[in-house]
Design a protein around this ligand. Sequence first.
Ligand code: NAD
Ligand code: MG
Length: 390
Amino acid sequence: MIRKVSIFGSTGSIGCNTVDLVKRKPEAYRVVAMTGGRNVAKLASQAKALKAEVAVTAYEDCLEPLREALSGSGIEVAAGEAALCEAAERPADWIMSAIVGAAGLPPGLKALEQGTTLALANKESLVTAGALLKSTAAASGARILPVDSEHSAVFQGLVGENIADVERVIITASGGAFRDWPLEKLAAATPAEASSHPNWDMGQRITIDSATMFNKALELIETHEFFDISPDRIEAIVHPESLVHALVGFRDGALMAHVGPPDMRHAIGYALNWPLRDHLPVERLNLAEIGQLTFREPDAARYPALAQARWVMEEGGLAGAVFNAAKERALDGFIEGRIGFLDMASVVADVIEIMSGEGLGLAAITLDSVQQADQEARMRADAVIAVRQR
Ligand code: NAD
Ligand code: MG
């Protein structure tokens, strides 16, 4: 049976890997929507290659260039946030959510409302609005499948298991670009230095988030939301080789580890083929050649983001939206050269301190309340950044 698929954020790192897998089996899929940002030429060539029904750019001022690039192709074009949501409403059997940041939430929700299978790479939507995503999926009968490598690994480790038997979940972290740098050098680290990952080839934002471990912080929260596992049972461990992606510990003491090459096409392909498995074009590991796998405790002083994630999980409610938004603005500030590498965690800490008295944990999670908390946290973060910049 031909499956209808849509790829949100198709021009990004996860998006391109998804396109690669879909392209390998053209007879199996019909592509409905593909979306991107300012990279109009790439979006247009992807849409042509996969014969998409519609191509959507997130930015209104990119509509004309996209129209031009696709003229004569018969592919519809559209632009803007509302167009992204409209594209997410178009019936599809499988939808990849791979927009980066909180912008992925509205189309992700629309996709869930139509009762589809949502392959979720956009961890920010679970962190900011986990309860809303889950209730929307429950109401429509939609299913959310994890695409983050650690969460795909946990998901695979739970097949056939009873969640009540799970004692702990351990997700691994590479430690990012600066894992071996002396602490005193970190303050001067540049965006270019932070944008190169030792093991994974990913978008710039998540790569820098790996160096600060904001990515792992988001993933701890994502684990809590996705699997409904209490925070005290979730751990992160540094594993520089990035070959073990996660481990699930059961009450009989067994630890089931998921081992594989650092290639996102595994997790994407698992979600695409689920509940079956199919051949995937990823490297087969030669364990004898690898020789050894190492693990160590993450250094709390080096990675304050991990403790901040614990606060988010304890607080609940809108704390995730505030944390993620403050993080996104701090990251913008670092990329733009306005604050230093270590300032990112301090900016987030300041925003948490300012907003933690506002009853975040008690608030209801609606798209409106999440977007309001997100906006307020961005404003607060900008104010903190402006002061630090001087
Ligand atoms: P990327 O920056 O490479 O691509 C992001 C995509 O989102 C692009 O298509 C871009 O055009 C689009 N986009 C950017 N801003 C947008 C906006 N405001 N509105 C609509 N579209 C917008 O990012 P990525 O590395 O592919 O990551 C995508 C998501 O997947 C993120 O949530 C990330 O945390 C998650 N993820 C990525 C990886 C990875 O290996 N890259 C691994 C695990 C999880
Ligand atoms: Mg991950």
